[in-house]
Write a protein that binds this ligand. Structure first.
Ligand SMILES: [Zn+2]
Length: 177
């Protein structure tokens, strides 16, 4: 996409500290690292966000993300590598391209995700809201499949049941079971 920094990096128009490349994915160091080894992985093709990435390409991106996180973890002896997706970067700057952050975490680093102590969240309500939305998405997906079978309430542990899975409706045909 014109004007997208990540597309420009993918085309080689902008210099980068490239750490990985294959036919679909590019991995580079973040030039404003949150921590040592902070990397960014993204599709060479432009997508506005991860929800637009076709299922198989998305799975490839996540697979590579995990592998590179493993490499970072081994090399730098970090405690953990956070694998993050965000539509926003620091200070509310919108990222125009679907990317994944790998943020190595070190002992006693100052990176925090904690909710302020005076803020409380009703976990039951949050649980119900997310589960309801999942059912709505699955409902739409099944409608697109033109299946008449009613989605059964999940009572079994059979994880091979297709109706138990959620994928984004528009990508259903490419879903990997
Ligand atoms: Zn782009």
């Amino acid at each position: 996409m014109e004007g997208c920094i990540f597309c420009s990096i993918a085309k080689g128009e902008v210099n980068s500290y490239k750490i990985y490349e294959d036919g679909l994915i590019l991995g580079v160091l973040d030039i404003n690292p949150t921590s040592l080894g902070h990397s960014i992985l993204f599709t060479k093709k432009h997508y506005n966000n991860i929800f637009e990435i076709p299922q198989e390409e998305y799975l490839h991106l996540m697979s590579i993300s995990r592998a590179i996180a493993f490499a970072i973890e081994k090399r730098f002896k970090v405690e953990n590598v956070d694998i993050l997706y965000s539509k926003e970067i620091n200070k509310g700057v919108i990222i125009p391209h679907a990317i994944v952050f790998l943020i190595p975490r070190y002992k006693d680093d100052k990176i925090q995700y904690y909710l302020p102590k005076d803020e409380k969240i009703d976990l039951n309500d949050v649980k119900n809201q997310i589960m309801n939305e999942i059912e709505i998405i699955k409902g739409g997906e099944n409608q697109q499949r033109e299946e008449t079978k009613k989605i059964e309430t999940k009572t079994s542990n059979n994880t091979n049941n297709e109706s138990d899975k959620i994928i984004l409706p528009e990508k259903k045909k490419k879903a990997i079971a």
